[in-house]
Design a protein around this ligand. Sequence first.
Ligand code: YNC
Ligand code: MG
Length: 388
Amino acid sequence: KHKFWETQPVGQFKDVGDSNLPEGPIEPPTPLSEVKQEPYNLPNLYEWVTCDMDSEETCNEVYSLLTNNYVEDDDSMFRFNYSKEFLRWALRPPGYFRSWHIGVRVKSSKKLVAFITGVPARIRVRDDIVTMAEVNFLCVHKKLRSKRLAPVMIKEVTRRVHLENMWQAAYTAGVVLPTPISTCQYWHRSLNPKKLIDVGFSRLGARMTMSRTIKLYKLPESTVTPGFRKMELHDVPAVTRLLRTYLSQFAVAPDFDENDVEHWLLPKEDVVDSYLVESPETHEITDFSSFYTLPSSILGNQNYSILKAAYSYYNVATSTSLLQLMNDALIMAKQKDYDVFNALDVMQNESFLKELKFGPGDGQLHYYLYNYRIKQALKPSELGLVLL
Ligand code: YNC
Ligand code: MG
């Protein structure tokens, strides 16, 4: 059934429920001298390239490949439209490898037709801190689908990860593959219900009018928590401490240091927003909330072409409730003109989703580890990891 995935060191469906298999790496590392030195073979018309995301021209090509060919919803009404600035941010964290930004071009025309990336990350799995690749942005041009190009892309990124002496990876996908470590659900909180209904993202509820719906989702003009403000560079040490303590409770979570926090969480316009609560009395940093910006193209609507979506990222509440903190995040997103605020049911998110009027989405997000076995699937609330 999964001709490719059956050959890979991942949890196999036949092993689900087998408690004799140990947790941890499935295969041991091989000596670096035994890692294949040449790229995998591509069909003859195509060639491998390393994509230099510092180059404006290459970044434009990656942006248009993804804008036209990346992830769509099941009904093909929306397609992710990651911005160029977002792609640069996502692909150049501390210690990144340019060789893990892999493209495929048509030899004759040099047209970019496929892409896959990895970035390095330290991920803690229970008590084990593992240096991994986070693999993302796997994309094959629509005209080249179902030709088994994806397995070659995956093998090539794996080879280049191995060359850096890393042997594990983390990734998410909307499709079921062998074998999810957890299956999560997206929830959506309408900020601009009229537009969401007009473009077919949501529907008017039973016995609801447009004006009642607008009233239902109305938010205060400004945030309510005293000391709530935007994160700044000097907050990095305090935010790192707060986040490390918080994430230690989850079975799988990133092991963030100050460099990671500066990169992943310091606000970057239209890419990542971060807020915190500084106690008006003690000036302690007690709470933190963040979201990233990922618009979607609206396919074939007369009136609108872009859906502006915020995605909940990392949140920590200690002085106020997570409910109130997230309500302030919603207020900020509304102020900044986002149409919808999305969140997965990971970490403690279930504690606010229903009360803050999020509704469950269709379609699930599956989390995976490569070459690392987990005995039993995790509940979403045991996951402390958000991938972009
Ligand atoms: C997927 N999303 O099952 P089997 S998520 C992984 N992730 O293999 P073909 C996938 N594998 O089942 P197509 C996958 N989707 O026969 C499909 N597959 O064993 C598997 N879509 O290949 C599939 N982006 O080339 C099957 O299929 C085999 O032409 C079929 O290409 C697939 O980024 C794709 O959704 C997804 O662009 C490229 O449909 C294409 O359809 C496309 O015949 C729209 O492939 C965009 C889209 C995926 C977003 C993502 C995470 C990717 C993770 C990849 C796995 C990483 C493993 C770790 C590597 C480092 C290891 C170390 C150390
Ligand atoms: Mg293909």
